[in-house]
Design a binder for this molecule. Structure first.
Ligand SMILES: Cc1cc2nc3c(=O)[nH]c(=O)nc-3n(C[C@H](O)[C@H](O)[C@H](O)COP(=O)(O)OP(=O)(O)OC[C@H]3O[C@@H](n4cnc5c(N)ncnc54)[C@H](O)[C@@H]3O)c2cc1C
Ligand SMILES: NC(=O)c1ccc[n+]([C@@H]2O[C@H](COP(=O)([O-])OP(=O)(O)OC[C@H]3O[C@@H](n4cnc5c(N)ncnc54)[C@H](O)[C@@H]3O)[C@@H](O)[C@H]2O)c1
Length: 458
């Protein structure tokens, strides 16, 4: 087979891979970008974008239902068709990536739909979606951005049922009457609340001892309280042990001895990295690994970079984009700051939103830091009191007392992800707590509660 020489091959065009391929092509490199499905990856078609459109709809439903307590009678007849139309037409153009492909080709990159696999150092073959194979030798090297797919737990009978994952959930034109969500991480929590607010009877079956296990326990506790108030049933420390489907209904056995029936099941139990079919063995790497170890320039080895979820630095679009910029500089030989991960922010878009940055209290203790924490409830702040219904939340700060800086923080509440911005700067720039205490906090903002949390540090 003829081998074509180019400068760079990018396998997988998630948000970071797409941006890196475009950036390298604009910098004058001869670039080939390959995606087995849609250019742009999970985020625009099955992840962040459609799910946040769902959240926008369900938040509106909830806010209208709060109107009698703050403004007077208002009513809403929730219609999923409105949400579906926005996702189908505005967000994903019917799950068609023509716009993204054209945008990338306009930068000068060659774009293939197909499966890219390493065949040796700086060598790739692409099994083209429309047939045939093309081989490349990449002078500078190869960037891997293959992302993840939904993990399906090895539960008896589950594989033989028509269970849903996030990829089905975002395409729904109609909602079921009842739904069991397997998994209480960010995907499970966001979608459970969305569907419940649109009238679906939702039960969350969570293997872990609490919802959103990577967040502070106080945030999990508050979210479980909110879910209970909204009629969402949450079962923690419970496993799905058997699933069956017949006559349009699921029957489910749980480890606590309960049996559930439901119209549909959504599996949101974590992700499987797309590393198993990449030819990693041809460059001395283990195709069975869950992550690829990268240095501060996202290098895996000479002429091989990895970015995005598979690096294990935070499975978020903003991490993929951040690494994309770092790796691009290395590929084109530009100066710049290496990657640091001490202040990775994240927000789960439940209502209230759960924002976090840096370390939780437990992680800071496990790291051997001398930890002090401060916490305050948002509803005890002036703004929380004025806000009234829907104003649940909290601010928690985690200080490395030896250095006098915050190493982690949580902002939960209405716009918790926006309040988080302040705390992300504090953790990222290691602003001394003494300096944060001398600031003036605008009254009556939600972020003013940060001052109260700082005063509570002990
Ligand atoms: C339901 C859901 C909601 C989410 N919400 C948020 C959110 O609100 N905020 C946030 O920051 N993050 C969110 N995420 C996470 C976010 O989607 C990912 O972190 C983000 O897409 C970055 O992933 P990535 O760059 O690793 O690659 P991905 O987006 O996973 O893309 C990888 C691409 O590689 C392709 N590929 C894989 N193997 C090959 C191969 N061998 N050859 C060719 N192509 C290949 C795939 O087809 C895919 O297009 C959400 C995820 C889900 C599932
Ligand atoms: N707003 C956001 O930023 C956002 C939203 C959605 C997803 N994401 C990203 O996508 C990633 C994947 O999300 P996720 O929610 O699928 O995964 P996750 O790994 O974060 O959570 C999965 C949860 O499922 C539970 N679980 C695992 N196996 C189970 C089983 N057999 N039965 C019941 N529960 C089980 C686990 O205890 C865990 O809490 C996240 O880690 C996050 O990085 C981000």
């Amino acid at each position: 087979m003829t081998q074509h020489e180019v400068d760079l091959v990018v396998i997988g065009t998630g948000p970071g891979g797409e941006a890196l391929a475009a950036g390298a092509a604009k910098a004058g490199l001869e670039v080939v970008a390959v995606d087995r499905h849609l250019v742009g990856g999970e985020c625009p078609y099955y992840g962040c974008v459609p799910t946040k459109m769902m959240v926008r709809g369900s938040d509106t439903v909830a806010e209208v239902r709060r109107a009698p307590q703050v403004a007077g009678e208002a009513s809403i007849a929730p219609a999923w068709s409105v949400v579906h139309r926005r996702i189908d037409e505005d967000a994903t153009t019917h799950w068609d990536d023509t716009i993204a492909v054209d945008r990338l080709r306009d930068t000068g990159a060659t774009v293939h739909h197909g499966v890219g696999r390493l065949t040796g150092p700086k060598q790739v073959t692409v099994a083209l979606a429309d047939g045939g194979t093309v081989a490349y030798a990449a002078r500078r090297g190869v960037v891997l951005n293959p992302g993840t797919r939904p993990a399906v737990p090895p539960v008896e009978g589950l594989a033989d049922t028509p269970y849903w994952t996030n990829r089905d959930a975002v395409r729904l034109a109609e909602l079921p009457g009842s739904l069991v969500v397997v998994g209480g991480g960010p995907i499970g929590c966001e979608l459970a609340q969305v569907f419940a607010r649109f009238g679906v009877r939702v039960t969350v079956v969570q293997h872990g001892s609490r919802l959103l296990e990577v967040n502070e326990p106080e945030a999990s506790e508050l979210l479980e309280k909110v879910f209970a108030e909204e009629g969402i049933r949450v079962l923690t420390s419970v496993d799905l042990t058997r699933a069956a489907y017949a006559d349009g209904a699921f029957t489910l056995d749980l480890s606590n001895g309960e049996h559930l029936t439901a119209d549909k099941v959504l599996v949101a139990a974590g992700r499987t990295p797309n590393l198993d079919d990449l030819g990693l063995d041809t460059v001395g790497l283990d195709p069975g690994s869950r992550t690829l170890d990268v240095d501060e320039w996202c290098r895996v080895q000479d002429g091989l970079w990895a970015i995005g979820d598979v690096t294990g630095k935070g499975a978020f679009t903003h991490v993929s984009m951040y690494q994309s910029a770092v790796a691009l500089r290395d590929v084109v030989g530009e100066q710049g700051a290496p990657a640091r991960y001490h202040a990775v922010p994240h927000t789960t878009f439940t209502d209230p939103e759960v924002g976090g940055v840096g370390m939780t209290e437990q992680r800071a203790r496990d790291a051997g830091l001398s930890v002090r924490t401060g916490i305050t409830k948002l509803e005890e702040s002036s703004r929380g009191f004025m806000h009234g219904p829907g104003g649940h939340g909290l601010i928690k700060v985690v200080e490395d007392a030896d250095r006098g800086v915050l190493v982690g923080a949580t902002a939960m509440g209405p716009a918790g992800g926006e309040i988080l911005g302040f705390l992300a700067v504090a953790v990222h720039a290691e602003v001394p707590v003494d300096t944060l205490r001398t600031m003036i906090y605008a009254y009556p903002t939600f972020h003013r509660a940060i001052e109260t949390a700082l005063a509570d540090l002990d």
